[in-house]
Ligand binder design. Structure first.
Ligand code: CAA
Ligand code: NAD
Length: 283
């Protein structure tokens, strides 16, 4: 199946990155968010990154202009009716996601593939909210999307081979490497990454070391590009907590218990970089 036009839903840190890489790869893109301001902010952020790419001679001025032309704000979810692929990147909450997928199922033509960038939620359950479960799939990008090379492609139990092949090819067209992953809580990436981040938070909670020192241990001791607490702030502590809840509930194993300190920070509204405060303070 040929994909020409893509709608990205959610213009936060993931959605704006996903919209950018799609537009840079030559697809027409509509960017939608329930919050109009988020769309404007997302588009401004993309423009800033493209200007920087021109300055660094990674792309030409003409490529920047053409990319921005392919990237348009959507007025409403209904604009998805003109799209061959929808990639959803809204809040990590099953009820909110299934509501959007039910609406998309009504709005979009029969051939449209509905993909979700969920970090951990069951694709099979999201697909079951639609009448086209064979066309629903997980397309899990990594943050920051323009930089990270991986896309986890997650098949729900009903996902067809055709849908899988289209999305694996699409990921390549976006300059990414895709990996096929089965529909288990947290898939592969977050099943491995999040318990490490949660353990780092337990280490702070129990007074093993300061956040700075724990990050130094992992950066200088293990050559990680970012320490786990910096990374947690970067991902968003709300998203980290949602993912830990999915692992805890999905596997029923106490080893996935979210650290109480993580819960406390999220309750305080300390969501990391995006809210100005998490384990660190940001301007
Ligand atoms: N958006 C776009 N580009 C960005 C960016 C952002 N948010 N942050 C950094 N970059 C770009 C910079 O512009 C720079 O590009 P140029 O070379 O063109 O200047 C390049 O990345 C390197 O940036 P810096 O030199 O400023 O900093 P760095 O060398 O420390 O790299 C990093 C930054 C790539 C983010 C690196 O720290 C890193 O790889 N961190 C770990 C990221 C990671 O683990 N991501 C996965 C998170 S988990 C996930 O995504 C799954 C989930 O479901 C939660
Ligand atoms: P974010 O908070 O930066 O952005 C979410 C955006 O979704 C917001 O702009 C919000 O206004 C919008 N939104 C919420 N409900 C909506 C609705 N019903 N309709 C339309 N828009 C709505 O979040 P994010 O970090 O970009 O994460 C988005 C998704 O991507 C989540 O499922 C998350 O698990 C996943 N993800 C996150 C990361 C990460 O590192 N943050 C990495 C991979 C995947």
């Amino acid at each position: 199946m040929t994909i020409k036009k893509v709608m990205v839903i959610g213009a936060g840190q993931m959605g704006s990155g996903i919209a950018q890489v799609n537009a840079q790869a030559g697809f027409d893109v509509l960017l939608y968010d329930a919050n109009q301001e988020a769309i404007e902010k997302g588009l401004q952020h993309i423009e800033k990154l493209l200007i920087r790419a021109v300055d660094k001679e990674r792309i030409t001025e003409d490529e920047k202009t053409a990319t921005l032309k392919r990237l348009q704000p959507a007025k409403s979810l209904k604009d998805a009716e003109s799209c061959d692929l929808v990639i959803e990147a809204i809040v990590e909450n099953m009820d909110v996601k299934t509501k959007v997928f039910r609406e998309l199922d009504e709005i979009t033509p029969e051939h449209t593939i509905l993909a979700t960038n969920t970090s951990s939620l069951p694709i099979t359950e999201i697909a079951a909210a639609t009448k086209r479960p064979e066309k629903v799939i997980g397309m899990h990008f990594m943050n920051p999307v323009p930089v990270m090379k991986l896309v986890e492609v997650i098949r729900g139990i009903q996902t067809s081979d055709e849908t899988y092949e289209t999305i694996a090819k699409m990921s390549e067209a976006l300059g990414k490497t895709s990996v096929e992953v089965a529909d288990f809580p947290g898939f592969a990436a977050n099943r491995i990454l999040m318990p490490m981040i949660n353990e780092a938070i337990y280490a702070v909670y129990e007074g093993v070391a300061t956040p700075e020192d724990i990050d130094t241990v992992m950066k200088l001791g293990m050559n990680h590009p970012m320490g786990p607490l910096t990374l947690a702030d970067f991902i968003g502590l709300d998203t980290c907590l949602y993912i830990m809840e999915v692992l805890y509930e999905g596997f029923g194993d106490s080893k996935y218990r979210p650290c109480p300190l993580l819960r406390k920070y999220v309750k305080a509204g300390w969501l990391g970089k995006k809210s100005g405060r998490g384990f660190y303070v940001y301007d």
